[in-house]
Structures are given as structure tokens and as C-alpha cells.
Design a protein around this ligand. Structure first.
Ligand code: B12
Length: 208
């Protein structure tokens, strides 16, 4: 299936996904396969083998795969309800990872307010003031948006004394070093890790 994804064969890769699900293959492994496919398409883009049209095509494949996997993401016992504000940082229009994370939060009983993509800090600020979320989750996929993220973290932390323990960042371009650079201690490698962080925040430090 990985080869089909990397070759951007939408119909074939999705058909393969459906048949593997029907055979009982773990949906987490299948999701991981699609994500690895996206990574490889990205590398081909980086090295000049693929062009922007391939990224668009890959995005469509990932979107459809997420839809097919959606029913499998529901857990057995929802708990830890809380409110999460989420968005992709300014300058960045990637939303598939963010949407996947939002879906996982939803399936686990969280109320999710999604501000969309290319979100300026002022929008995060306004909504955070209005809704007092348990967590503010910011997706950053592009390296070129890291400075916006750093700025957003500073503005939010200045405004809300406890924001530092409520801002969660994630996205392909981030790692522990960059998270530290933008001033955040809550960084997630993937959506599942992000979910655990949000559950912990609600457990130990619910918003009032
Ligand atoms: C599909 C795609 C696109 C699509 C996006 C469609 C969409 N609706 O999102 C389109 C065609 C729009 C696109 C455009 C561009 N892209 Co693009 N794109 C990709 C690609 C192939 C896949 C991304 C993806 O959806 N992955 C699958 C999702 C599920 O994974 P994910 O995003 O990593 O999310 C997971 C985690 O990171 C996490 N997560 C994500 N966000 C958050 C947030 C929180 C709070 C938490 C807890 C977790 C979390 O949860 C997810 C699940 O575990 C990647 C390749 C790659 N390596 O990722 C390049 C890639 C991200 N793109 C890249 C580039 C350069 C661009 C363009 C600048 C290209 C251009 N010259 O125009 C533009 C930028 C447009 C813009 N202003 O944003 C580069 C970025 C390099 C960098 N470090 O900055 C990459 C890495 C490709 C590459 N290797 O060069 N792209």
C-alpha cells in the first residue's frame, strides 16, 4: 500500500486501505502507513522529483484516508471532557494533521473549537478570552511559520498567566528543540501524544 500512496494512486491505495481494514489489520498501522507515504511524497518534492501538484494530490489521498478511518478512531470509553481551541498558525495552510488531531479529541469527548488555517495570533487571543479553553493547540507544519508561532506563544502567555501550561504545539516541522525555542514545554510528536497531553491538562489543571 505504501508504494501506491507514494505513486499517488488514489483509487488503488484507498481500495487497499478498505480491504485491509476488512481483513482486520490494525487501523493505527494503516494510518501510520499513510503518514509515512506523505513523508515520502514530501521528500520527493524536496528533491525535485515531484512538484506542487503532487503535494495537492497527496493531500487529497490523506483526506480521503482519514474519512475512511474516522469510524475506527472512536475509543471504547470516552472520558476527560474538556474544551480545546485549535488552529494552524499564520502563514501555514496545512490542515490534515490538525484535523486528524481535532477528530481524535472529538472522539474522546473534547469540545473542539477549530479556528482553521493561517490563523493570526489575534484570533487565538480573542477566542481564548471568550471561551477560556482548557488547552490552546497550535499546529505548525512549515518552518517559515515558526517565528509566528513563537510570537503567538509570547502574546498568549503575556495575556494569560497560566497559558504556558495550556499551550500545546505540534506539526511536522517541530521537534523538542524548536518547541523550546518557541517557548513551549508541551510539544507532541503526533496526534495520540497530543491527546494524552490534553487529557493530562484537564485532569490536573482544568480551566475555571
Ligand atoms: C499534503 C501536503 C501539502 C498540501 C496540504 C493540504 C492540506 N489541506 O493540509 C498543500 C498542497 C496545500 C501543501 C502546500 C505546501 N507545502 Co506541503 N506538504 C504536504 C505533505 C506531502 C503532507 C502533509 C500531511 O498532511 N501529512 C499528514 C498529516 C496527518 O501529518 P502531519 O501534518 O505531520 O500531522 C501529524 C502530526 O504532525 C500531528 N500534528 C499536526 N499538527 C498538530 C498540532 C498539535 C497541537 C498536535 C498536538 C499534533 C499535531 O498530528 C498529525 C497526526 O499524528 C508534506 C510532507 C510531510 N513530510 O509532511 C508537505 C510539506 C509539509 N509541505 C512543504 C512545503 C514546502 C509546502 C509549500 C511551501 C510548497 C510550495 N512551494 O508552495 C506549500 C505551503 C503552503 C502554505 N502556505 O502552507 C514542506 C515543508 C517543509 C518545512 N519544514 O517547512 C513539506 C514537509 C514537504 C517537503 N518535505 O518539502 N502541502
Amino acid at each position: 500500500m505504501l508504494d501506491l500512496i507514494v505513486q499517488l494512486k488514489e483509487e488503488e491505495s484507498l481500495a487497499e486501505l478498505k480491504s485491509m481494514l476488512a481483513e482486520g489489520v490494525d487501523h493505527r498501522d494503516l494510518l501510520a502507513c499513510f503518514m509515512e507515504g506523505m513523508r515520502r511524497v514530501g521528500t520527493k518534492f524536496e528533491t525535485g522529483v515531484y512538484f506542487i501538484a503532487a503535494l495537492i494530490m497527496a493531500g487529497e489521498i490523506m483526506r480521503s484516508a482519514t474519512e475512511i478511518l474516522r469510524p475506527y478512531l472512536k475509543p471504547g470509553h470516552p472520558n476527560n471532557k474538556g474544551r480545546v481551541l485549535i488552529g494552524t498558525i499564520e502563514g501555514d495552510i496545512h490542515d490534515l494533521g490538525k484535523n486528524l488531531f481535532a477528530l481524535l479529541l472529538n472522539c474522546n469527548g473534547f469540545e473542539v473549537i477549530d479556528l482553521g488555517v493561517d490563523v493570526p495570533v489575534v484570533n487565538f487571543l480573542q477566542k481564548a478570552r471568550e471561551l477560556k479553553p482548557d488547552a490552546i493547540c497550535i499546529s505548525c507544519v512549515l518552518t517559515t511559520s515558526v517565528e509566528y508561532l513563537k510570537d503567538a506563544v509570547k502574546v498568549l502567555a503575556d495575556e494569560f498567566p497560566f497559558a504556558k501550561n495550556r499551550i500545546v504545539v505540534g506539526g511536522t516541522c517541530l521537534d523538542a528543540r524548536l518547541a523550546e525555542y518557541v517557548g513551549v514545554s508541551l510539544w507532541a510528536r503526533d496526534a495520540a501524544e497530543g491527546l494524552k497531553i490534553c487529557q493530562k491538562i484537564v485532569h490536573t489543571n482544568p480551566a475555571v
